[in-house]
Design a protein. Structure first.
Length: 123
């Protein structure tokens, strides 16, 4: 019986994640994105800086990233575990803002996602 306990097999529960690509966990939203939401979109700064974001590299540039912004409280209320960028693929209703930014040029392109209005109660 020869166990190779020092070798770790890659086990991912995320079907859309490319093999070998390790995506970062949710963190505070990047500074250029937060500033854009406050200045250009006119959002409340206290609310914006309480949001979380997940990022992944864009193939267009060395400093370019895709970003998704969400509220961690909404995810917790729905009992959804957000581990990385692809975790939100199955839960698009949690994404508040989606887009990309470039760290070097400070260029930001963010769009607000449509939030479904509450469904009327039927009798």
């Amino acid at each position: 019986m020869y166990w190779k306990f020092w070798k770790k097999e890659a086990v991912t529960g995320e079907p859309s994640q490319a093999k070998g690509e390790k995506l970062p966990r949710p963190k505070d939203i990047p500074e250029p994105v937060g500033r854009n939401l406050v200045v250009k979109h006119g959002k409340d700064p206290d609310w914006v800086w309480g949001l979380k974001g997940v990022v992944r590299h864009r193939p267009e540039g060395k400093h370019a990233y895709d970003v998704r912004v969400f509220n961690m409280n909404d995810a917790a209320a729905k009992k959804v575990s957000i581990k990385n960028y692809t975790s939100l693929d199955g839960h698009p209703e949690l994404i508040l803002f989606d887009g990309w930014f470039d760290k070097k040029s400070m260029e930001v392109h963010i769009t607000e996602k449509e939030r479904p209005t509450s469904m009327p109660k039927t009798a």
